[in-house]
Design a protein around this ligand. Sequence first.
Ligand code: MRU
Length: 342
Amino acid sequence: MLQTVTLSDDEKELIILDQRRLPGEVRYLRLRQKEEMKDAISTLAVRGAPAIGVFAGYAMYILGERLREKEPSFKECLKKYRELGKEMANVRPTAVNLSRAVNRMVRAMEEERSLYDEARTIHQKDIDTNKKIGEYGLSLLKPGMGILTHCNAGALATTAYGTATSPLYLGHEKGYGFHVYCDETRPLLQGARLTSFELSQAGMDVTVLCDDMSASLMSEGRIDAIFIGCDRVAANGDAANKIGSLSLSIAARYYGVPFYVCAPTSTIDMDTISGKDIVIEQRDGEEIRSMWYEKPMVPEGVGIYNPAFDVVPSENITAMITENGIYTNTGNGINLKNGVIR
Ligand code: MRU
């Protein structure tokens, strides 16, 4: 399994797999400077809510230690560190893991605790969480099932087995023989470029389809379950995830296909009341117009709508799988205040 985010041996650099180059090229980048770290997040060299959280922890560690060396006054150092945290957290607004990891690091600095330990704790928690989500998720599946997934909530979006893919990896190890369908995931093709890449490398049976083909596949009865990740879950159980998740959930409900959201508790944000309160990142229209083509595919002057995420209403979610257990929808959506059901 490819390592997405690590710290160099001398602990002064962040080493990341450059996901912009996949699947054609496996190349690692070594980052030291704030601007290159911010650029790695905004251009999706590192991506996926949990991986961004782990990345932010290490970035804040490296930059925080440098600040501590340069700035003798604790008060001044803390002030600058808080400003740095704000700058970092604003790069991508939707995934709560980014601001949460940054806030944890700022708190560690405030309390004069080890920044290294805090960053390591964030990382280790992600590894443990992936495994648990896999075990709970697998308890919902049977051998030979057809499973659809959207975007990449895989090993490449985390630092271990992924969230939505974790049950697939664990099932594969046990010989479950799943047929996995990956939505291409326009416009940045995380399903085609990343999910199909990592799952086929692991030896799974993988088929890629365009996003507008998934309802057709469901109508043919070829999908037994859908597993997606998420970037932020609101207190009412609404879940923001990659654009296209909403329409997928609507089609799933229509065809009676179970729709599972894999949600590490690091993505649950009880301070956000509902999906309407989640800030959705808007991205450059060139990702649709020209990024993948030799010539622009949208005429000059035509507007482009390019939100990176949408919100799946709680009532469309069959169950939410966390590292602590599964919240089941008993009719009125996911009730996170009820405690896990199984
Ligand atoms: O824009 P991306 O590639 O960072 O979007 C990723 C997703 O939407 C994932 O599904 C989500 O972050 C969960 S990753 C375990």
